[in-house]
Design a protein around this ligand. Structure first.
Ligand SMILES: [Zn+2]
Length: 312
């Protein structure tokens, strides 16, 4: 039994074993091929990943530098808008090149620094000195912490709101009736106002482009308005809330001329600076910059654009 039995199956097994081994070998070869392919795919994926990462790293390190370039590109866009704007009534259209000039001066010249002899008292990194004008839109996502004014439903940036409340109290203690007529405006609200102005001019027969250019001379381009900063306030008196030029005849205006700086506010668009601010004289529009800055700016006799140009 032991001789016979194993002999037959062994011959049979060797045949089937051969087939099996062949199959196994083929299987292993295929497995090896698959593994090699998989390895290749993994290497390719890793390589792509590495290239992507390096690219991203290069990009972010670039981003740090051209924040200026980005600003200047948006400036050139808006300045081209303003230079193409019609040269009617408002001082803004023909003055934007000048305000650009002062900006350029600020970058290099020592002349402009001599102009400002109080430069040591102010820090241009001071957030309260943020500039918003038609050449300088606010950074994207700018959103100030807001506080509602006392005796009002209007809101300002918290520190500016506290300063305004103190100023109003001080003025009103002398028998005046200082009040805030317009304060913080979100960029969304500014966009609504701007679009409404465009529609107004289109109804009078202007093309879209003409209407946009005209609107930009009346309403500040969204993101470029000081009211978007939360640091600006249009001041009126109980008897004159119209925010018109005759506010300068009110005793409230005279008081502000004397005392606003003590509370950190400056007259933002003076009569003799229209060519530089690009905005017509607004005796009612005050801007919070902090007490030290306000006093230094008042003493210098410069507007904010000029003063900042002398700082950098
Ligand atoms: Zn205003």
């Amino acid at each position: 039994m032991s001789n016979f039995q194993p002999s037959r199956p062994s011959r049979q097994m060797s045949a089937s074993e051969l087939r099996l081994r062949q199959k196994l070998r083929e299987k292993r070869r295929k497995q090896r091929q698959r593994r090699r392919l998989l390895l290749l795919v993994v290497i390719i994926i890793v390589l792509i990943g590495a290239v992507f990462l390096v690219g991203k790293l290069l990009n972010t390190s670039d981003k740090d530098k051209p924040s200026n370039a980005k600003d200047s590109s948006s400036q050139s866009i808006s300045s081209s808008q303003s230079t193409s704007a019609q040269t009617d009534s408002s001082a803004s259209a023909d003055t934007s090149p000048q305000s650009q000039q002062t900006e350029q001066n600020g970058e290099s010249s020592s002349q402009s620094q001599q102009m400002v002899d109080v430069s040591t008292t102010t820090n241009t990194n001071d957030w309260r000195m943020i500039l918003a004008n038609k050449n300088t839109p606010l950074p994207e996502g700018y959103s100030p912490e807001l506080t509602t004014l006392q005796d009002s439903t209007l809101q300002m940036q918290t520190e500016a709101a506290e300063a305004f409340d103190q100023m109003r109290e001080a003025a009103n203690a002398t028998g005046l009736n200082l009040m805030a007529c317009s304060t913080y405006r979100s960029v969304e609200r500014q966009t609504e106002l701007f679009n409404a102005e465009i529609e107004k001019w289109k109804k009078q027969g202007m093309s879209q482009q003409q209407a946009e250019e005209k609107a930009a001379t009346v309403v500040m381009i969204p993101g470029c308005s000081e009211h978007n900063t939360g640091l600006a306030v249009d001041v009126g008196s109980i008897t004159n809330q119209r925010v018109e030029e005759d506010f300068e005849k009110e005793p409230e205006f005279a008081w502000l001329q004397q005392h606003a700086a003590e509370y950190g506010f400056i007259l933002r668009y003076p009569k003799d600076k229209q060519a530089i601010t690009g905005v017509t004289y607004e005796p009612w529009h005050y801007r919070y910059v902090g007490v030290e800055n306000a006093k230094a700016i008042k003493e210098s006799g410069l507007c904010l654009e000029e003063y900042l140009a002398g700082q950098s």
